[in-house]
Design a protein around this ligand. Structure first.
Ligand SMILES: [Zn+2]
Ligand SMILES: [Zn+2]
Length: 572
């Protein structure tokens, strides 16, 4: 901020907000978010501030319309207080949502409920409206209403609010409560600022302000499960509720002309005969190589991630350490010769289902089918279909217990993604589908790895059966929550410039001995190089310090350096 007389400075037109929107402790909190995510303070602020009050008559501090705000002399609620020693609570299992409502009802104070998307925020606004008046802070309402809502929370005339990430700093009436719904969702960290997962933001805010913090999830993030297991959070696991009969169909050695195994085809027929709905989950992704005989996935020997298959170059590459190798002729475990990047696409599955069940109402629900002019028709068809064939997003069509059958045609495609979160993602999808199957219904999983612990956990309705081995895997190989990761993306003017920039950036990062720097990996787009960095909890500070020299513009330093700390989606 500058003051004084300068031809380049323009005069202030009016005061937008008569009182400061954030108090100094909140400014400090925003600076913390920016430094943890290696983002600029300005971009972080821009996305976390309330919209300006669009009151055309508020022309200045002396005008009549703004006087109603001038009387406030106390700091807004939400101003930091001394934090008592209070651990967050993780609510898992059936009834978690009813528990949230119960606790908000009992608490009497303010509650800010953060959802992963606008639809969920709207649903929660309806639920909370049964307790008290609710204001919405998400983009489902217009800017004026959002600004007004923020104001009402600040002056205490409203105590309940729902919103998405943009509401993370909204005021909360004391004794305040923060709620983060579906804390495991990747949607809590979409691209763009603030570049920190909402979970990390609410954990820090609750600690700083002494707020009660509740997090919910059907399948918690491995990070949050670990926090609960190590005493940093309290986990409340509901006793198991109704669960479908889960069966695993082993597809090893089965010829791949038919996407439906006999157990899955039989289950579809029985479900349709009973007049109930069927969801067939498919994946669009086929990026790893697996053995048709024994189900083994070809993995990087060092990182244990599935190697990514490239048809164009006939190679396998590790997305983490960058090593590439030619396609093997035989399976590394059984010496079988049938290695293939096989996967069932949505279209092929739809074709097979129509042939088998010509009289059923069948519809696709996947990003390709929903695109363009036919999207809306497709959406309506899927909402009324007896059999929906779709990707993860299709689950939104079904409420709790709405299905008679959920069938996973080839979850191995998801499990084999070259991402250390592949197991966690697979479990989340299986669990979300199981919760949507009603009493007496079924879940059928077709897999070449039927003994994988993600499937076992779903079959036994036992989350620990997944997290215990998963945490062991993460600890052994140094993945979060035990180590932090960052992806440094480099773009130069041309390929040689990008190459030189990548070399210099790698050298600078390697100078920091606490960081593990992987060799730069090529992106599908040749102009981009990516460097993966692993390190301890203070990784943002270490990476920031190592890259400081690149912040000053210099002729030879031309290029764009982007750092994504704690990536949730592997962007390859
Ligand atoms: Zn590797
Ligand atoms: Zn094999």
């Amino acid at each position: 901020m500058r003051e004084g007389v300068d031809a380049r400075l323009k005069p202030l037109l009016r005061v937008a907000d008569p009182a400061p929107v954030l108090v100094p402790a909140q400014l400090d909190f925003v600076r913390w978010i920016a430094s943890e995510s290696l983002s600029s303070v300005g971009s972080t602020f821009a996305t976390l501030l309330p919209p300006p009050l669009l009151d055309s008559t508020a022309t200045g501090p002396g005008s009549g319309s703004s006087a109603r705000y001038d009387t406030r002399t106390e700091p807004p609620p939400g101003a930091p207080r001394v934090a008592p020693d209070q651990r967050p609570t993780l609510l898992v299992g059936t009834g978690r949502e009813e528990q949230i409502l119960e606790r908000i009802k009992e608490a009497k104070g303010g509650a800010l409920v953060i959802a992963a998307d606008v639809e969920a925020a709207a649903r929660w606004a309806q639920r909370l409206a049964k307790l008290d008046r609710v204001v919405r802070l998400d983009s489902g309402v217009d800017e004026g209403a959002r600004a007004q809502a923020w104001r009402q929370l600040a002056d205490g005339s409203a105590r309940l609010a729902t919103g998405t990430r943009s509401a993370l700093l909204a005021p909360v009436v004391e004794p305040g409560m923060l709620v983060l719904l579906d804390e495991h969702e990747a949607a809590h960290k979409p691209p763009g600022p603030p570049r920190l997962h909402s979970r990390e933001v609410v954990l820090e805010r609750a600690a700083r302000e002494g707020l009660t913090l509740l997090l919910t999830s059907a399948t918690p993030s491995v990070e949050m499960w670990w926090q609960a297991g190590s005493g940093r959070a309290d986990a409340v696991l509901a006793p198991p509720g109704p669960w479908p009969a889960v069966s695993l169909a082993d597809t090893r050695g089965i010829l791949r002309r038919e996407p439906l195994t006999p157990p899955l085809a039989r289950a579809i027929r029985e479900t349709l005969a009973a007049g109930r709905r069927v969801f067939l989950a498919v994946s669009r992704l086929t990026s790893a190589l697996a053995c048709d005989e024994c189900g083994t996935v070809v993995r990087c020997a060092q990182c244990m991630l599935a190697l990514a298959y490239s048809r164009a170059t006939a190679t396998l590459a590790c997305r983490l350490c960058g090593r590439t190798e030619p396609l093997p002729d035989t399976c590394p475990s059984c010496r079988g010769r049938r290695l293939s990047p096989f996967g069932w696409g949505v279209e092929r599955v739809e074709h097979a289902v129509r042939r088998r069940f010509p009289d059923a109402r069948i519809a696709r629900y996947d990003p390709d089918a929903l695109r363009g002019a036919r999207g809306e028709t497709q959406r309506r068809a899927a909402a009324a279909a007896q059999v929906v064939i779709g990707t993860r997003g299709a689950l939104r069509l079904f409420g709790r217990a709405a299905l008679g059958l959920a069938g996973f045609v080839s979850p191995d495609q998801l499990l084999r993604l070259p991402d250390f979160r592949a197991g966690e993602r697979t479990l989340a999808l299986l669990w979300a589908a199981a919760e949507r199957v009603g009493a007496g219904g079924a879940l059928v999983i077709q897999s070449q790895n039927p003994t994988h612990y993600a499937f076992e956990a779903a079959a036994r309705q036992d989350l620990a059966a997944f997290y215990t081995p998963e945490l062991r895997f993460r600890a052994e190989l140094g993945y979060p929550p035990f180590r932090r990761l960052a992806i440094v993306t480099l773009r130069g003017g041309g390929a040689p410039e990008t190459e030189r920039l990548a070399e210099r950036v790698c050298a600078a990062l390697r100078a920091s001995t606490a960081l593990q720097v992987y060799p730069p990996g090529a992106d599908r787009r040749s102009r981009v190089r990516r460097v993966v960095v692993k390190g301890p909890a203070e990784l943002p500070r270490l990476v920031g310090a190592a890259l400081r020299e690149f912040r000053d513009p210099r002729p030879e330093g031309r290029g764009i350096i982007d750092v994504e700390v704690d990536p949730v989606e592997w962007p390859f």
